[in-house]
Write a protein that binds this ligand. Sequence first.
Ligand code: COA
Length: 178
Amino acid sequence: MRLPTERLLLSPYTPEDYPALRTLHSDPSVTAYISWPPDTPEQTWALLERRCAQGEPPVEGGTAMTLAVRLPSGQLIGEAQLRRRAPEPATGAIGYVIAPEHAGLGYATEIAGALLRFGFESLCLERIIGECDPANSASRRVLDKLRMRRVDHVRGHEQDVVYAIDAERYETSNPTRR
Ligand SMILES: CC(C)(COP(=O)(O)OP(=O)(O)OC[C@H]1O[C@@H](n2cnc3c(N)ncnc32)[C@H](O)[C@@H]1OP(=O)(O)O)[C@@H](O)C(=O)NCCC(=O)NCCS
């Protein structure tokens, strides 16, 4: 699966991504807010192996698609995830990471917008959510910019704030829709 955005390319991980993935997850400002930070080199290899197997669109039943976020040069600068969360209504969840040296350029908003577009237009999802730590102001701002709205409770995610957008609202108001 390859998803081009205006400035970036989302594409499957390969074993060659090890050094970039290790660097990404060695930064405390990245690992502070994600639930999968690998610690040792072995854990990074295990994560990369899982990521390499997640390059296809998520199917019903809870699978995840996780793609590397690349500059046109091929350099990995982050990752983007779209998971299936619930069948009724058909719900997906997005996740994103951008390396600190590339932050503040609108990249997370751009890739999250591409995930919304793919989820609604290609997977026909009815709802997409984004969850984050309440203290993660930059991530909350990304969800805001996508016109996602704060919702109250999602089972099992009491610690996180949850934002959501339904297909209908996406159709009428999402700024990233083409
Ligand atoms: C959160 C993260 C994805 C943002 O990536 P990014 O490419 O910088 O995001 P964007 O540039 O698209 O948008 C960031 C917005 O947050 C704002 N922002 C940045 N830091 C902020 C802060 N501390 N408080 C409030 N807003 C902040 C930016 O100004 C920008 O808003 P603006 O366009 O209105 O100016 C990135 O910092 C990251 O990967 N962090 C570590 C991992 C993580 O938290 N992932 C998300 C897990 S839910």
